[in-house]
Structure formats: C-alpha cells, structure tokens
Design a protein around this ligand. Structure first.
Ligand code: SF4
Length: 254
C-alpha cells in the first residue's frame, strides 16, 4: 500500500478514536480542530466505504489462511525487497539502494512484494501480488510482453543474492482475482524469453521509437488511461505498423 495512503488511513482512524474520547468532547477547541480534520479525511459515502473495507478484510483473512496452509514448505524471507530505490519506510532492511544489472547489460530497479525460501532445498521464489482480475494465461512465459515481473524479478533476485531462484509468480490475492496463482519457473527458456523482451525495449529506446501501440481492448483494463488519454487505441491504428514489427512479434509469444 502506498505509504501516504497508509498514513492518511491511520490518521483518520486516530481522529475517530479521539473524537470518541469523552475528555476531547469537553474541549471545544480540540473538538473543532478534530472535526475539521475528520471532515477532510472521512469518506464521502460511509456505507460504500464500510462495504469496501469489509471486503478487503475478508480478502486479507482468506489470503493469510492460504499462505499459512501452503503445504510445500515455503517460508517468507523478505517483504518489499527493493533494489535501486532509496530506502523508505516499509521496505525490507535487506533491500539495496544500488540497481541490479542482469545478463551483464540491463540495469533494473524495483521492489519485490514477497520473497520466500524453500525449507527443504533453500531455493528462492518471488511473488508479485495483484489485486485486480486475473486476465493472464495459466502458464505464461511473458504473455506477449504483458507479464514481465515473474521472470525479471527472478533474474534480479538471483543476481542480488547469488542463490538459485526456482520461480517467480503472480498471485491474484483477492476474491476479484479468485486467488489465482500464476507461476513461471526460471528455466533457460523463460530466462531467454525475459531477456528478449528487454532487448526489444532496448532497441525501441535506441531507435527513438518507444511509442504507445496498444492491442485492441488493452486500454480498457490499463491503469495508465489517464496518462494516455481516451483514444490511444484509435491513434495507434493510424501509426505505421511496419515500425512496430518487434512489438507485433512479441505479442505472438507465450
Ligand atoms: S492506456 Fe496507454 S499504456 Fe495503457 S494500454 Fe493503452 S496505450 Fe498502453
């Protein structure tokens, strides 16, 4: 969760606690000040807010139950393990401010939601949590370039720790995502697939052509709609397809 959002939620809960305190009720100045803050932080429609919070609580409970019931011997090792990012509240102490270079040429920075160690063998796996619907295939490699975290985080983790990484996975950890797990094992094939995507991105930068070229329907589910505007797909249809051959071929890959 975004640190500023968490702080705002914590402050809102604290303000509500203080407003319920009889001692505060007798202090009109403090009461007014807290009242103003409450009006600023309180949700516009309480019922909608409460329903959403209840849903989040149910999902969290189910998520923890599933983690606790994992029969395969995976033990949580690091949370929010960052690389190439400044240390901030909420990042794991094992994080490092330096970037990671994979395959000796691609510099990456990021933050892994969860890294686990397999008790019996000591190998690692990395998990990227997703809160939306699961719109990916069951056994992807890079899913046409749309699923990159499992392989790229695995490669970064391997580089950071020097340890063997078994797999990266997406975990759609809400009822909206039906708690679906999408694993991608780190094999020679998946390693190569991840590096090929980076090569394509690199080539785009080198050639000065890293323009938006969404496939049909992609913008509908994308979080960057506010950045790209409402008609990104229509504009893409007017671009010269020949210039996007790399991207078109990438979309064909598993
Ligand atoms: S909204 Fe922008 S980033 Fe998202 S799919 Fe469409 S063009 Fe791509």
């Amino acid at each position: 969760m975004d640190a500023r959002l968490r702080q705002a939620l914590e402050r809102a809960a604290e303000v509500e606690r203080q407003l319920a305190d009889p001692a505060v009720a007798r202090d009109s100045a403090q009461l007014q000040s807290l009242g103003r803050e409450h009006a600023r932080l309180a949700p516009p429609i309480r019922r909608v807010w409460d329903d959403e919070i209840d849903q989040i609580a149910r999902d969290l409970r189910r998520w923890v139950e599933l983690m606790a019931a994992d029969p395969d011997g995976w033990i949580p090792e690091w949370f929010e393990l960052a690389f190439g990012l400044p240390p901030t509240d909420g990042r794991d102490e094992a994080s490092r401010a330096e970037t990671v270079r994979i395959d000796g040429r691609f510099v990456l920075r990021g933050s892994m939601d969860l890294v686990e160690r397999h008790g019996p063998t000591g190998v690692l796996r990395v998990t990227d949590h997703k809160t939306g619907r699961a719109r990916v295939a069951d056994h992807p490699l890079v899913s046409g370039g749309e699923v990159l975290q499992p392989i790229l985080y695995s490669l970064a983790l391997e580089e950071m720790t020097g340890k063997m990484v078994h797999e990266g996975r997406l975990w759609f950890c809400t009822s909206a995502g039906q708690f679906k797990v999408v694993p991608v094992q780190l094999t020679e094939t998946s390693r190569r697939a991840g590096l090929e995507v980076l090569e394509i991105i690199d080539r785009g930068i080198e050639q000065g052509l890293l323009a938006a070229y969404p496939k049909q329907g992609a913008c509908q589910w994308c979080n960057f709609g506010a950045v790209c505007g409402p008609d990104a797909e229509r504009r893409a249809r007017r671009k010269h397809a020949a210039k996007f051959q790399d991207v078109i071929e990438l979309r064909e890959r598993e």
